[in-house]
Design a protein around this ligand. Structure first.
Ligand code: SF4
Length: 341
């Protein structure tokens, strides 16, 4: 099978151009990584899985994967799997019951003192384990007027002190739109903290533009950027270089990971991740067990296995490099620390 040309992205290339060149089919990922073809039955199921949750992966992220290895931890996160079509009775399309907390389009309010704004309705990568793979982003695509209503909701609730920009991926917004949004949030006196959750810089490090750095450094809001990195192989040279600049900025850099069977369910792999993050100026913060979303059961680990890995990790690292092992549960006002249970 012919091979797709490898990425030619360099650090000068605009992140939007790189995003536009993303791969969008399992077939193209296989060609790009020179992977063997699946059986006819697996291919049919892969196609069903791709219709349920489309394939999307930027080339710089795939460049971090080992060609020819279908078990590579990066490949497994983005290549659809026939197992996604198996319906599991304990898994659901909305494992965190976010529909109940979706108080109006574009805003989720489930934690005390914090509200999630969903300013962007897409991501730069579709991770096969994503707990929002069935989330109705179409219903949350909001007009400018509705956007003002979301801000009005925040303005009218004095108990809120932190805004979390989540997604989709909030860094999918252009810098100008993000600038305006931050200005609107800064104008709400009771909001003191801004937290941005993003996986975009991991898959396209060029998203960490100088303009973005400048904007986030110049706000009265205490700002945290939370990356979503699951394996040390995701921290390539380009991301490392960007982080070496960002860590000087005073913006708090954290990471949260998902514990994924076959990808990072090993204390040594997680140790390597924590150490690589810290060398890049990022503190490991949360290690989430999988949210039980339909289509991702093949990534799930029993809690006992998760706790065993956590204990091993704890024995290998200083406390500040050990992420908290947590589960998010529908209806609870915070995450549950499961290593305590
Ligand atoms: S970047 Fe985050 S929200 Fe987007 S698909 Fe991946 S896990 Fe889901």
């Amino acid at each position: 099978m012919p091979i797709i040309a490898r990425s030619t992205a360099d650090k000068q290339q605009d992140w939007r151009q790189i995003l536009a060149q993303s791969l969008k089919t399992a077939h193209d990922i296989r060609r790009y990584l020179e992977l063997p073809s699946p059986s006819d039955e697996d291919q049919r199921n892969e196609q069903i899985a791709s219709r349920q949750f489309p394939v999307l992966v930027p080339r710089p992220f795939l460049d971090l994967a080992e060609p020819g290895n279908p078990d590579d931890p990066i490949t497994r996160q983005v290549l659809p799997d026939a197992d996604e079509t198996t319906v599991h009775p304990l898994f659901s399309s909305d494992p965190l019951a976010e529909a109940d907390a979706n108080v109006q389009p574009g805003i989720i309010h489930k934690y005390q003192g914090r509200a999630l704004l969903l300013p962007a309705t897409g991501c730069a990568v579709n991770c096969r384990y994503c707990f929002r793979r069935h989330f109705d982003y179409a219903d949350n695509r909001i007009s400018r007027a509705q956007w003002q209503q979301s801000l009005e909701y925040v303005r009218s609730d004095n108990s809120l002190s932190e805004i979390i920009l989540s997604g989709g991926d909030p860094l999918m917004l252009q810098d100008d739109a993000l600038h305006q949004l931050i200005c609107d949030i800064e104008a709400i006196p009771h909001i003191r903290r801004l937290r941005i959750h993003s996986r975009l810089p991991v898959v396209i490090p060029q998203r960490l533009t100088a303009q973005l750095l400048q904007r986030l450094s110049n706000t009265r809001l205490n700002t945290t950027l939370v990356f979503h990195i699951n394996h040390a192989n995701e921290i390539g040279c380009e991301l490392q270089q960007q982080l070496s600049i960002w860590k000087q900025s005073g913006i708090t850099l954290l990471n949260q990971s998902v514990l994924l069977k076959g990808i990072n369910d090993d204390a040594q792999i997680l140790q390597q991740l924590s150490e690589s993050l810290f060398e890049s100026g990022v503190l490991p913060y949360y290690l989430h067990v999988l949210d039980r979303v339909q289509g991702a059961a093949h990534f799930d680990l029993p809690d006992d296995a998760a706790r065993k890995i956590f204990r091993q990790l704890h024995s290998k690292l200083p406390g500040y490099l050990v992420p908290r092992l947590t589960r998010e549960e529908a209806g609870k006002s915070g995450k549950t620390l499961i290593h305590m249970l």
